[in-house]
Design a protein around this ligand. Structure first.
Ligand SMILES: [Zn+2]
Length: 235
């Protein structure tokens, strides 16, 4: 998608690109997007951000940590889907390309490859969220933490590609991403340190010895689900 977007922008007539494409930088903690107030397709040139929603209980939940080459803003592009508390906030210094709705509409109407890739992207995101929801229900906080530290944004249990370990996150953001309170996360980290599974590097938890955590949540399909294959069968 990255190369396609770059070539579409490069092939857009200069005046139009000046009107519809912009690049902005954000410092840590800065709000990049909130709801459908400023709709557009956003693309991360560099940096890391968190995509947040508000749960029915009123808690902020981090749905995904976004990084270089990731897209966001699709949920609010047409302002018709109500996503409570939808926000994207920068975690690190970040640079973001925004393509406004007029140009996105133009590409959707004239660029079949863009249309296909965007639809595929949305379908993959829906599948990933569904898998994660299953996992969140079936796994304890410690298991979710170990999985996140080991596999990053996509569990090896669900994807055939080798996992990319998550880069360290501040504890408050890690707690939102795992889906628990910071206090609960601290207790889980302390326990995993005692068990020799996790160590702290610069105050942040990292995997020390995964073999001490058995059975590893990423190598077994959680009870009551068939993982990816069940989802594909039922799709
Ligand atoms: Zn995992």
């Amino acid at each position: 998608m990255r190369n396609l977007l770059l070539s579409l922008i490069a092939n857009t007539e200069q005046g139009r690109a000046d009107r519809h494409v912009s690049v902005r930088r954000y410092g840590p903690g800065r709000l990049v997007l909130e709801g459908s107030a400023n709709p557009g397709l956003f693309y991360i040139q560099h940096g890391r951000m968190e995509l947040l929603i508000t749960t029915p209980e009123g808690n902020e939940r981090c749905m995904r940590i976004l990084s270089e080459s990731d897209l966001f803003g699709l949920e609010c592009l047409y302002g018709t889907v109500l996503t409570p508390g939808y926000q994207v906030r920068a975690i690190t210094y970040s640079s973001v390309v925004r393509i406004d709705l007029d140009l996105v509409d133009h590409w959707l109407a004239t660029q079949p490859e863009f249309r296909r890739r965007l639809a595929t992207r949305i379908a993959a995101d829906v599948l990933r969220l569904e898998q994660e929801r299953e996992k969140t229900l079936a796994f304890s906080v410690a298991e979710r933490l170990v999985c996140y530290l080991r596999c990053g944004e996509s569990c090896a249990n669900l994807l055939p590609t080798p996992p990319e370990p998550a880069a360290p996150l501040p504890m408050a953001i890690l707690a939102r991403r795992i889906g628990c309170s910071p206090a609960y996360l601290s207790r889980a980290v302390r326990k995993l340190i005692q068990q020799g599974v996790v160590q702290r590097i610069n105050h942040l938890p990292r995997i020390d010895c995964l073999e001490n955590f058995s059975p590893c949540p990423c190598s077994a399909v959680p009870d009551g689900t068939d993982g990816l294959y069940g989802l594909i069968r039922s799709a």
